[in-house]
Design a protein around this ligand. Structure first.
Ligand code: NAD
Length: 441
């Protein structure tokens, strides 16, 4: 319904332009989606967005394409479906959502950028430092819009903290904590399909760091300069399901001297925890750990050590008519796609889109934190890859846990608690659970 209203409003605004100008401006962005599992969320946003048109979807797993076909038929729209990336790549698209494997966004994304497509990247931005450099190069060379779909920045409590920090409500940041604790043991069959090579089975503990770290950097508009990493003891159940490492922890110093603690991964609690605390010179803000979306804000009111608390459930004020149809991840799922589209079109909402520099700032903290961990938790400098001279130092740095890119001493272990040989029977067991549609017990 909102679609028609918006188009009418747009037509009204266009009254002062020629027919040709109206056509150029009202041309919808042709968008493809690469990866149809998580990508289903973006597909749904695109199917309903007034400024975009879903033209193609690529996934090598046919049943996911069949689901898209069914949905397109219900809505009476035509969407080209591809099992192979190369065929999808050759399709006529202005922009692509990358909802493919988390460790391959830079590999495929740079190819798409250099072919003249805008991209929206799901988490994570890159798997090693050389990929981080190549990603920034590709964005700068192409001049296309890169946006990072770190939707946790757009959860109600985070988005509100972002706006309030920007207004100066708590003063300059001194310390912050970010937490994305999610024990995925039960759903492991549904998200790894029993594939030994699945990225979730092979990721190093500090890899998936941007849900916890990203909002802190975004809210406070700071840049990381140093990181120390830690790995917790692994969850025994996860080892039985085919993975190696424990939860990841990063202690990050940022460019104004403040210190952030980021914790993420599988620790035991239910439901999962997505929480943030930001301490400033004049007050602090924190999400309420057991109280859903409630935000607590403390502000000093004149004298030191005297202040007032506000406790409330923040409400988004941006594009609310469009956003209300999407409730995934606390309502945040709509915004990453929406802000990217609006940035491409040069519209004001685009200012909230997360660019490649901030995306890489977030992602490389996890990559470098792992070096810290395997070297006995030493501090590691985090470079500013906005700077070309800094980029040149890391251009060929493929140190990491992926044997496709690193070998010899550059190939790091996936856990500091040992890397046992996991038998095929483990993955066969997980696969059978997935085929039977069952969770792990
Ligand atoms: N932001 C969030 O809240 C959130 C939530 C879930 C997942 N994710 C991210 O979404 C991405 C996808 O995760 P997922 O949960 O969908 O699981 P996934 O990584 O298993 O799914 C990726 C999909 O892409 C397809 N694919 C990958 N490479 C392909 C290729 N070369 N050709 C054709 N198809 C290919 C796979 O078949 C699969 O269906 C990851 O980056 C993950 O980090 C983000």
């Amino acid at each position: 319904m909102w679609y028609n209203v918006e188009r009418n409003q747009i037509a009204f605004i266009y009254n002062n332009f020629t027919e040709k100008e109206i056509q150029a401006m009202s041309k919808k962005l042709k968008v493809g989606v690469f990866g149809g599992a998580r990508g289903r969320t973006m597909i749904e946003v695109l199917l309903h967005h007034p400024d975009a048109e879903l033209v193609a979807v690529c996934d090598k797993y046919r049943p996911l394409l069949d689901d898209v076909q069914k949905r397109a038929d219900e809505l009476g729209v035509k969407v080209a479906l591809f099992e192979k990336f190369d065929d999808f790549f050759n399709c006529d698209m202005d922009a692509v959502v990358m909802a493919n494997y988390a460790h391959e966004h830079s590999v495929f994304g740079t190819k798409l950028l250099r072919s003249g497509r805008h991209i929206l990247s799901e988490v994570l931005p890159c798997e090693n430092m050389a990929q981080a450099v190549d990603l920034i190069d590709a964005v700068e060379e192409s001049g296309k819009v890169y946006a990072y779909a770190e939707n946790y920045c757009y959860m109600q409590h985070c988005f509100e903290m972002w706006k309030r920090y920007k207004r100066g409500d708590i003063g300059e940041v001194m310390y912050a904590e970010g937490e994305y604790v999610h024990n995925c043991a039960a759903i492991w069959p549904q998200i790894t399909y029993g594939e030994r090579d699945h990225w979730r089975n092979n990721m190093f503990p500090t890899f998936y760091c941007t849900h916890s770290l990203g909002p802190m950097l975004t809210i406070t508009n700071t840049r990381p300069v140093k990181v120390v990493g830690f790995e917790t003891k692994p969850l025994e159940k996860m080892r039985e399901l085919g993975t190696y490492g424990g939860a990841g922890l990063e202690i990050v110093t940022v460019d104004n001297g403040a210190v952030f603690k980021s914790i993420h991964g599988g620790l035991t609690r239910e439901p999962s925890s997505v929480n943030y605390e930001i301490y400033g010179q004049k007050g602090m803000m924190e999400s309420s750990r057991l109280d859903g979306k409630v935000l607590n804000v403390y502000r000093e009111t004149g004298a030191v050590c005297r202040g007032e608390w506000e406790k409330y459930d923040p409400v988004n004020e941006i594009a609310t008519e469009k956003a209300k149809y999407f409730s995934g991840h606390g309502g945040s799922d709509f915004y990453s796609t929406h802000f990217w589209i609006e940035k491409i079109l040069g519209n004001p909402d685009g200012e909230w889109s997360i660019d490649v520099y901030r995306a890489v700032d977030m992602g490389i903290c996890g990559i470098l934190a792992w070096r810290s961990v395997v070297n006995g938790n030493i501090p590691i400098e985090v470079p500013d890859l906005r700077n070309v001279a800094e980029r040149n130092k890391y251009r060929y740095d493929t140190i990491g846990t992926n044997p496709n890119f690193a070998s010899g001493k550059d190939l790091l272990p996936k856990s500091t608690f040992g890397q046992p040989d996991i038998p095929d029977s483990t993955y066969e067991y997980v696969r059978q659970l997935w085929l039977d549609g069952k969770n792990a017990e």
